[in-house]
Design a protein around this ligand. Sequence first.
Ligand SMILES: [Zn+2]
Length: 298
Amino acid sequence: MITLDKCPLCSKENLVKKLDCIDHSTSNEIFTIVSCETCEFTFTNPIPKEENLGEYYKSDMYISHTNNTKGLFNWMYQTVRKYAVGTKINLLKKISQKENHLDIGCGTGEFLNACQNAGYKVKGIEPSEIARDQAIKNFKLSVSDNTNLNQFKTEEFDSISMWHVLEHIPNLNETIKEFDRILSQKGKVIIAVPNHKSWDANYYKEFWAAWDVPIHLWHFSRNTIEQLFSKYNFKLKKTKPMLFDSFYVSLLSEEFKTGKKKFVRGFIIGLISNIIGILTKKGCSSTIYVFEKQNKAI
Ligand SMILES: [Zn+2]
């Protein structure tokens, strides 16, 4: 296990325990989540060593990497995912008409394939061999197993996307620093991450499915992700709630809390969270953030 004694965001040592969470998906081990009293950044601490993290991904519930349509829950997930690809493409078109796009953690490649069909020149990164093989086989995409961004040239891309990926990446600061290098001027980063300040997170507390310890290393809010990107020359340009995620996360959280699939209740909680998220500054269960690379001061 690795214990951080400094905040990865502001480097201060004022870390306080926030809550203990069980890894419901794989190990049933308990992990602690801490918050920095200075900047509010929240993260799992301690975390397994990088070489052991893979063990915690071996779960049937981790369905984003497979295309199993068995069961109502998975069917719903897959159906929503198809719809979600369309809304993601529309967002990309709106913010970047330039051609070179990188998707980090591209999974089985549905989004990247849609980008390619929309006229973008695309590259992907996907460490999971099963997912990567499907992306290459099904869509003939260029997908690398190498997660190190130093493989890319300076200003190689005009836009980068990470759909629920940043919270999994151990070297957080180095990654955002590399975004600044590999993006062209005014390049855009599209990041989707869970929002632990959402109403459903507060309602489910330690049962909130999007804590997803230990594979979610970092737990963002609008405030902390904005601080993080501003360290590396990026400005927040746009946010967009992911309304379907509230339902998915609430259904899963209900199951963690009660041991049963409670569709109606999960749906109602997701709906309340979305309404409150839109009407207040809390934000929804998951949010998409668009950051823009700023010109450096001369
Ligand atoms: Zn801090």
